[in-house]
Ligand binder design. Structure first.
Ligand code: GDP
Length: 369
């Protein structure tokens, strides 16, 4: 019989079809009582929070009550894809609750980067997005950098609030939460079922040793990030795992750079100048003449131009051209969400075009470094 069952840990409706989605439980697990979803199982037995993902609309529905409760919202963003990993409607959904912005993956920035400059840059971006943040903390969940600052900022700003940890997928939310769990949680306490008003979905509350909770929320999937549309194999190539080693190109107008077969950067018009590429070193960069670029792409994608390798080429949406005007007197980056960015070093202005897979966010922004 099709009887709806609920997780004894978090109360979510159980399902056996889609791993990685809320409520998933492997068929075998139905034999053991009490039945808990795979996510709760991992938290309970391995101290490990795993990523459950949701589209932004569903996420906002799920968390629509947060604006009416007393909460500290900890928003984790990825410095490698800052604009791509920002939650666009966060300001609206948190109501008057404070937001702590945790900027993760800081280990990827070149060693010489000045942290205060980065914080100021983040502050200006937050302002542009009308996001009032109580604090900005830089950290690396993976390299355990700045982790003390995260904890002390949470302690300082939470008051008697519960803490909601929110973020796009792949920003390192699980990595960070796992640290929190292993350092601060009281796993002898029960994982608490918490039914939120107006929803059928429940969120996992992780008890902390001070009697409060942190609430892990599903990661938001943004299909405008290259990391969300590529194959697993390509994901490991485009996501850097070591500090970025920027590569500088001196270009004349009418020259083109290829980033594997993932994207293409045309310098159409402007005086001879240099461009610095901040991408994973597994993405090969090729320079060619603009007039040869179409032909080169057709003839060499998936071979000389990798990633993606030939077998994965069909998975990649077709490239779409984005014209970009860099005004005089500004230091700008061109960001290709999930792939990295190209810094335009001169302030002389330039006419550019980026060809990126359809749907992927491409923007010009004030330069980060
Ligand atoms: P989630 O989807 O937000 O839960 O992200 P995960 O915690 O699963 O991490 C996504 C990817 O980013 C994994 O490959 C992690 O190894 C990597 N990652 C997480 N934190 C960091 C970090 O601080 N620095 C770097 N370089 N990579 C990180």
């Amino acid at each position: 019989k099709d009887e709806i069952m609920h997780c004894a840990g978090c109360g979510v409706e159980l399902q056996i079809e889609e791993q990685g989605k809320l409520g998933y439980v492997p068929v075998e697990a139905f034999q053991k009582e009490p039945i808990i979803c795979q996510r709760c199982y991992r938290i309970k037995h391995y101290n490990e929070s795993s990523s459950i993902t949701l589209q932004q609309d569903d996420f906002l529905k799920l968390l629509s009550h947060v604006g009416n409760t007393k909460a500290l919202v900890v928003n984790i963003v990825d410095i490698f894809d800052f604009e791509g990993s920002m939650i666009s409607s966060l300001a609206r959904f948190v109501g008057s609750n404070p937001i702590l912005l945790v900027v993760n993956k800081i280990d990827l920035l070149p060693k010489v980067t000045n942290p205060n400059k980065i914080i100021n840059w983040v502050q200006r971006r937050a302002k542009e997005h009308s996001l009032r943040v109580v604090d900005i903390v830089l950290c690396s969940a993976k390299k355990n950098i700045g982790f003390d600052r995260v904890i002390s900022a949470v302690a300082e700003h939470r008051g008697n609030r519960d803490v909601y940890v929110v973020g796009a997928t792949n920003v390192g939310k699980s990595t960070l939460i796992n640290r929190l769990i292993s350092d601060y949680s009281d796993l002898d306490a029960e994982l608490t079922t918490s039914q939120y008003p107006g929803t059928t979905l429940d969120l996992v509350k992780i008890p902390l040793d001070d009697g409060r909770y942190i609430v892990d929320t599903p990661g938001i999937v943004y299909s405008h990030r290259l990391t969300e549309v590529v194959t697993k194999r390509d994901l490991s190539r485009i996501m850097p795992d070591k500090p970025l080693k920027p590569i500088v190109f001196q270009l004349n107008s009418e020259q083109t750079l290829f980033f594997g077969a993932m994207a293409r950067f045309d310098f159409i018009k402007g005086e001879h100048q240099s461009f610095t590429c901040y991408t994973s070193n597994a993405v090969q960069i090729h320079r060619t003449k603009l007039e040869r670029a179409d032909e080169l792409y057709e003839g060499h994608k998936g071979e000389m131009l990798v990633p993606p390798v030939k077998a994965d080429l069909d998975e990649l949406p077709k490239l779409v051209k984005h014209p970009i005007h860099i005004p005089k007197g500004k230091r700008m980056d061109v960001l290709i969400s999930g792939l990295g960015w190209i810094k335009v070093n001169s302030e002389a202005g330039a006419e550019l075009a980026v060809h990126a897979p359809k749907g992927i966010k491409v923007i010009a922004r004030e330069s980060l470094i």
